[in-house]
Design a protein around this ligand. Structure first.
Ligand code: ADE
Length: 267
């Protein structure tokens, strides 16, 4: 496979390489075929040295479950890590992945994802590689998975779609990044205009793009207030229109959360 200097390279290390097969499909699969990104999946057991290909052992201090051995991970990572590599370790104790983080990772040259199973990887592994590399433990949400493989799939999909030329329609990326104002998307509709007695909101068929834009921004804020009130606090008022700022102020007040006046937060 050819490789050019600016190509994103992702190495994934796991004891279940088959778990990463979805990376052959769809958007990520196509990006790999077009050489926009290189993704290599490795079997951690290739770096074991004993007859049983052992990757885990009992935890010091006792407790349930098994811990992945640092020596095996050390040999694997010494082979795969390059100067400048960013080591990513899926963990429910990590920083929660968000769009901002995905955007930053899309700028990196080399991501190495170390998927742990059982109770995780001996903590000295992250500590050791932090001495010479960026190391980020990341979580995909506040729930516990059996291992990091599905978290790796999530992270790779979120990052690869941000690599230039991967998405057929860069418009959708632009719409999203406008949306870094931090609201959820407005509801969407397609034909037919009536389905099971349910109508498409009239404004969307009006042809008036100014009105449609206003309606969508309003719906986005209303939906955010209803479904993710926590996000209201993170919205950057400078990125909103005057109408949106006023609505945001009202929604925040209704949510009983302390809010600056739209005037004060205009900055
Ligand atoms: N491993 C186990 N649970 C996880 C989570 N929520 N995110 C990332 N890796 C995990």
């Amino acid at each position: 496979m050819t490789h050019h200097d600016d190509q994103l390279v992702i190495d994934v290390i796991s004891i279940f390489p088959e778990y990463l097969q979805p990376l052959d499909l769809s958007l990520v699969g196509k990006a790999r075929e077009k050489d926009l990104v290189r993704v290599d999946v490795h079997n951690l057991r290739d770096w074991t040295t004993d007859r049983h290909r052992t990757v885990d052992d009992t935890p010091y201090g006792g407790g349930a479950g098994m811990v992945m051995k640092p020596d095996v991970w050390g040999r694997a990572l010494d082979d795969v890590m390059q100067p400048g590599s960013h080591l990513l370790i899926p963990s429910p104790a990590g920083r929660v992945l968000d769009q901002r983080m995905a955007e930053q990772l899309a700028q990196d040259e080399h991501l190495v994802i170390a998927c742990g199973r059982y109770e995780g990887i001996d903590s000295r592994v992250a500590e050791h590689y932090r001495q010479a590399h960026r190391v980020t433990e990341f979580s995909i949400g506040d729930y516990v998975l059996n291992g990091g493989e599905s978290a790796a799939l999530v992270l790779i999909e979120a990052v690869v779609r941000l690599v230039p030329q991967v998405l057929g329609n860069p418009e959708s990326i632009i719409e999203e990044s406008h949306n870094i104002s931090g609201t959820l998307e407005a509801p969407m509709y397609t034909k037919p205009p009536t389905w099971r007695d349910l109508e498409v909101p009239e404004v969307l068929t009006s042809g008036n793009h100014g009105l449609i834009d206003d309606w969508r921004r309003e719906q986005a804020l209303i939906r955010t207030a209803r479904v993710r009130p926590d996000l209201l606090q993170k919205i950057e008022p400078e990125r909103l229109t005057k109408k949106q700022r006023e609505l945001l102020f009202r929604l925040k007040t209704e949510a009983g959360q302390d809010a600056d006046s739209p005037e004060a937060s205009r900055n």
